[in-house]
Design a protein around this ligand. Structure first.
Ligand SMILES: [Zn+2]
Length: 162
């Protein structure tokens, strides 16, 4: 075969990064020397394919981000999703963003430490500390912040699990 003597011609006006393989008919990256599906030799060599790709890429600044392995020029689109708005649209109740659950967890930590059979003075001290932190968290979350977030709803209702 005189494959290596083929002219190194590339149609740079064609914006496509894929080509239909002449043997298998499936789409494959245009500037790889072998078809990705059946390894049909599309270019005489990898160097020729690379040179053709560089010529193709240089023809248009919009192609600068493309790679030989791409099937289309990568587009950097920022996908910004407003999940709160989407949840509202779907009728899902989103809890308000709050730091109080961390306080409640810190209280629960001390309460859990109080369950360890230490000396009774230590346990009572831990239980009091944990209980105070826990209650502050519950009050702050349920009675203060929730009422502030939802002023029209009935004030706080349930007391949580205290
Ligand atoms: Zn093929």
């Amino acid at each position: 075969m005189a494959a290596s003597k083929q002219p190194r011609y590339v149609d740079i006006s064609n914006p496509s990064l894929v080509v239909e393989c002449p043997r298998c008919g499936l789409q494959t990256p245009r500037f790889l020397d072998l078809c990705q599906n059946d390894a049909y030799k599309l270019w005489p060599s990898s160097y020729a394919a690379s040179a053709a790709f560089k010529a193709w890429r240089a023809a248009d600044p919009a192609r600068a981000a493309a790679s030989r392995f791409d099937r289309e020029i990568p587009q950097h689109v920022e996908l910004v999703v407003d999940f709160d708005a989407k949840a509202h649209e779907l009728g899902i109740h989103m809890p308000p963003p709050s730091n109080w659950p961390f306080v409640i967890c810190a209280g629960a930590l001390f309460l859990a430490l109080a369950a360890i059979p230490f000396d009774s003075v230590v346990r009572i001290t831990l239980a009091v500390i944990g209980g105070v932190i826990f209650l502050v968290g519950v009050v702050g979350w349920v009675l203060v912040e929730d009422v502030k977030m939802y002023p029209t709803e009935s004030a706080g209702g349930s007391e949580g699990h205290s």
